[in-house]
Design a protein around this ligand. Structure first.
Ligand SMILES: [Zn+2]
Ligand SMILES: [Zn+2]
Length: 356
């Protein structure tokens, strides 16, 4: 938690402590007592998370495959109830159930004004919840409470008539998967889509969006039996491999949903002339690109953090319109107090911890 003010003097907070799930090192998670989240700026709210989902990144963290130094409080895809508002919060009030953008952003700086909320200049670079000091030390959502800054920019009310847990991942994994295929399928032209990835939310969500948006053919290249089974359910043809191949035919749209540089090179080499290749996986180091092939075929390559707050409202609309049904794709909901065991055992591509 950042700059928590402990109670002192005449106005003590309602609670001095709260429980939060701390990542303590590879395969080590523990509920610990920390100072309770509080309002620190007049544009803040304090939220009680009621549904928190795993991002694909969380599985890498828990296993120690992502170099984020422990300890920190986990959780950045979440929905919760507002329990306190700062004096300058205009659009929200205590008691409302809201979806929260996973990257803090102000909504009024230069980058935010152009829709580049992931590059907000009012917060530390690469700010997000749930990964500790490396991205701004904003706290995590597997906790009794979490402080959310810039509430009017960061929150959306959960639409009535829908299960709140459907909206946990809208600004992150859902929006991230959409941007890998959606912008290139909008004109309705027949398009061959290749997704390269294993049993993770992002590549499966990308295949689901491709199907819904009318791709003429979807191929899912994977090393994972579970991913193959789920991709077939989504209408994809499966290319099951043991090693990432040099290429998988030729596709107008390719997606790398893996952290493995070899998977990315497969996606790039499988991209047709003037096609679009998007990498939604975070690489831990440099990758050797087949630049000559990319130049000769005029391949457009896209990567980078999704603009979570900027696309938040549109992403909620994909769910309310029925375009995207997150719980059709290998998701397991567990009671809040069983999340530690579930995080260590991974029962599904997407895990959601829920409490009322
Ligand atoms: Zn994430
Ligand atoms: Zn900003």
């Amino acid at each position: 938690m950042k700059n928590i003010l402990l109670s002192a003097g005449a106005c003590p907070p309602k609670s001095q402590g709260m429980r939060a799930l701390q990542y303590q090192g590879p395969n080590q998670l523990e509920w610990i007592e920390v100072p309770a989240a509080q309002i620190e700026a007049p544009t803040d709210v304090v939220i009680r998370p009621i549904a928190v989902a795993t991002c694909d990144l969380d599985w890498g963290i828990v296993r120690g495959q992502v170099p984020f130094p422990a300890p920190f409080i986990l959780g950045h895809e979440f929905v919760g109830d507002i329990v306190e508002t700062g004096a300058d919060v205009r659009d929200f009030k205590v008691g409302q159930r809201v979806s929260v953008a996973f990257q803090p952003s102000c909504g009024h700086c230069g980058p935010c004004g152009t829709g580049a909320s992931a590059a907000c200049s009012d917060v530390p670079p690469t700010s997000m919840f749930g990964v500790g000091p490396i991205s701004g030390d904003w706290g995590g959502a597997f906790a009794d409470l979490i402080r959310v800054p810039y509430a009017d920019n960061m929150l959306l009310k959960v639409p009535k008539g829908f299960p709140p847990e459907w909206f946990t991942s809208v600004s992150d994994n859902v929006a991230d998967a959409y941007r890998a295929v959606g912008p290139f399928l909008k004109d309705g032209q027949p398009s061959r889509v290749l997704v390269v990835g294993n049993h993770d939310s992002l590549p499966l969500y990308a295949a689901a969006f491709a199907k819904q948006l009318g791709a003429s053919k979807i191929t899912y290249c994977t090393q994972s039996d579970k991913a193959a089974e789920n991709a077939r359910k989504l209408g994809a043809e499966v290319e099951k491999v043991t090693e990432w191949p040099a290429r998988v035919a030729s596709h107008d749209i390719t997606v790398c949903g893996s952290h493995d540089p070899a998977a990315l090179v497969t996606a790039i080499r499988s991209t047709a002339a003037q096609g679009n290749c998007t990498c939604v996986g975070i690489m831990n180091g440099d990758v050797e690109f087949p630049m000559r092939e990319m130049y000769m075929r005029g391949i457009h390559f896209h990567t980078g953090r999704v603009n979570g707050a900027a696309v938040h409202e549109e992403a909620v609309g994909w769910i309310t319109s029925g375009l995207f049904r997150p719980f059709d794709i290998d998701t397991k909901v567990v009671p809040w107090d069983e999340v530690t065991e579930a995080l260590l055992n991974r029962p599904a591509a997407k895990l959601v911890a829920f409490r009322e």
